[in-house]
Design a protein. Structure first.
Length: 277
């Protein structure tokens, strides 16, 4: 994410994204979007309470007490999946008290991006959110209203009215979350953070597949289907030919090695290359 995170927080972000990946695997778009809403809610609650943020960042507080604090605060307001993610993430180590809020916001953005991807709308949402940012930059009165002293409800209603007739539901939702939770950022910086979050989720849904020799379109389709079955979401496959590859195929998502050349986890993907197995 664009907001600078210290060493411990960067490591925790990697773990947090893994928790989100597991939660959205095989989820419906509606479930992924609801998870996004609940993570936005948790981020908002924590952003408004300094003492709670400090408690989660306190290295002297053990994981059990942090988990108990999460349950005390959120057990009645969050569904099981969101509560599980928040509990797991809150017990990680954080370099600064505010980092947990930044990471929860990032997870919420990426959960909504997953919902858009399931609906085959991620391209549209990215485009619409960028266009919205440009609209606000170019419209002084609109920008003034959205960054001024108006209530969050008024800002939400305004941006919803601006977007409702042409934008997707995911775009409207993200824009509402953005304008009602700037947290000291300029609105331009907030849009940059949100767009970065969408791009990050896209990168995690692009499989870079290295193969030992050129494959056909039919083989690529079978490979994509096998990987999607493992990941639980639609993915895009980029093929790279590398004759020296061992075992015939390796698969990576962004910088994360999902399957080594000789790993068994995606053996089915390797068999897909063979054609009929």
């Amino acid at each position: 994410m664009r907001i600078h995170l210290g060493g411990s927080s960067r490591q925790s972000l990697v773990v947090a994204r893994g928790k989100l990946d597991a939660a959205v695997k095989g989820a419906t778009a509606a479930n992924a979007s609801e998870l996004s809403s609940q993570l936005f809610f948790a981020a908002d609650v924590l952003s408004k309470n300094t003492s709670i943020r400090r408690a989660f960042a306190d290295p002297a507080r053990d994981a059990a007490s942090k988990g108990a604090l999460v349950k005390d605060l959120f057990a009645k307001s969050l569904a099981a999946t969101a509560l599980e993610i928040l509990t797991a993430v809150s017990t990680l180590r954080w370099s600064a008290a505010g980092d947990l809020v930044h990471v929860l916001e990032q997870l919420a953005i990426e959960a909504e991006a997953s919902a858009a991807n399931i609906n085959d709308e991620l391209d549209r949402v990215e485009d619409e959110l960028f266009e919205t940012s440009q609209l606000i930059v170019d419209n002084f009165e609109l920008r003034k209203a959205l960054v001024g002293t108006g209530t969050p409800e008024a800002k939400a209603a305004l941006i919803s009215e601006v977007l409702s007739k042409k934008a997707s539901a995911s775009t409207v939702k993200l824009a509402v979350a953005l304008v009602t939770s700037l947290r000291g950022r300029s609105i331009e910086a907030a849009f940059a953070d949100y767009l970065f979050g969408l791009a990050n989720r896209r990168n995690r849904l692009i499989a870079v597949v290295r193969v030992a020799s050129v494959i056909t379109d039919a083989q690529k389709s079978r490979l994509a289907a096998a990987i999607e079955k493992q990941v639980g979401q639609p993915i895009r496959v980029n093929i790279e030919v590398e004759p020296s590859i061992l075992g015939g195929v390796s698969v990576k998502f962004a910088d994360e090695l999902v399957d080594g050349s000789v790993s068994n986890r995606l053996a089915s993907a390797g068999r897909a290359l063979a054609g009929n197995k």
